[in-house]
Design a binder for this molecule. Structure first.
Ligand code: ZN
Length: 278
């Protein structure tokens, strides 16, 4: 079997870089990629020589979101589950199938990655859409290039936002509503203004700027960083993030179920082409 290159892992000094590597599909996340990311984060967590982890996307775009239409779309397949104790989705039907799968590969994994006890720095260029946002949002720091844009257009599918519903915690609620209600792209500059990203740099400087930030943070003591990260994450949870994610996950699945009852599929008949045209 050919080596799995869906996600690349590379350590230089105290910085491990984890790179999504499906550039021909704008790094659309299939389950194979999700599990490969999970593997990479475990590896970085366990390696005492790694102080900080960078998450990047190969090619022109960070991530166009979850895979809803590439030839390697693998939502129907079983994987060895890791994020929770929900049973395998592959031989189940209806809402049970969707809830079990998304609890594992979307909400469960994102939640766990947010708790990686080392700082995670996102390096974002081009598209950061829907499922791409969730990967950016589980990172502690975000460096974006000036051509980056952020959007969650899934309201077009009748769905109230992507599975990891951190929107009103990572930006002001009224801005979150605008992002969701219009499906419009938020520019890197605007994302900076509302406090969603830490730095905006020219595209050509993105890799170096991300690395500079990661190396600077990596000079801090390991336990200090882990505790500081936990302190801020706990504050977000006290502000309702953890419970909010659970409650909106239920609304998200109500929408999938409504679509499945009233249209051809749980995505409301939307595919990549229709999403682009609408
Ligand atoms: Zn979903």
């Amino acid at each position: 079997m050919a080596p799995d290159t869906t996600v690349l892992y590379d350590r230089r000094g105290p910085v491990a870089q984890v790179t999504m590597n499906r550039p021909e599909y704008r790094n659309a996340q299939n389950s194979a990629m999700t599990y490969a990311l999970d593997e990479a984060f475990y590896r970085a967590a366990a390696d005492d020589d790694v102080g900080v982890v960078v998450l990047a996307g190969a090619g022109e775009h960070f991530s166009a979101g979850h895979d809803i239409g590439t030839p390697e779309r693998d939502a129907h397949l079983s994987f060895e589950r890791r994020a929770g104790l929900w049973w395998d989705h592959a031989d189940k039907a209806g809402a049970e199938r969707r809830f079990a799968r998304e609890s594992e590969v979307y909400l469960g994994m994102c939640r766990r990655w947010r708790e990686l006890p080392k700082p995670l720095v996102a390096s974002i260029q081009g598209a950061c859409v829907a499922g791409g946002l969730t990967l950016a949002w589980v990172c502690d720091l975000i460096v974006a290039s000036d051509d980056a844009f952020f959007s969650d257009p899934v309201v077009r599918m009748g769905i109230p936002g992507v599975e990891y519903f951190a929107h009103p915690w990572v930006m002001p609620p009224r801005v979150a509503k605008e992002l969701l209600f219009t499906g419009d792209r938020m520019s890197a500059r605007r994302a900076y203004e509302v406090g969603m990203v830490n730095r905006v740099v020219p595209r050509a400087e993105l890799a170096d700027a991300t690395r500079d930030m990661a190396e600077r943070v990596a000079r801090m003591p390991r336990l200090g960083l882990a505790l500081a990260k936990r302190a801020v994450n706990q504050a977000e949870d006290l502000q309702g993030l953890h419970a909010g994610l659970d409650s909106v996950f239920g609304l998200h699945h109500l929408a999938h179920a409504h679509n499945a009852e009233t249209t051809a599929d749980p995505l409301g008949g939307m595919d990549v082409r229709r999403m682009k045209e609408s």
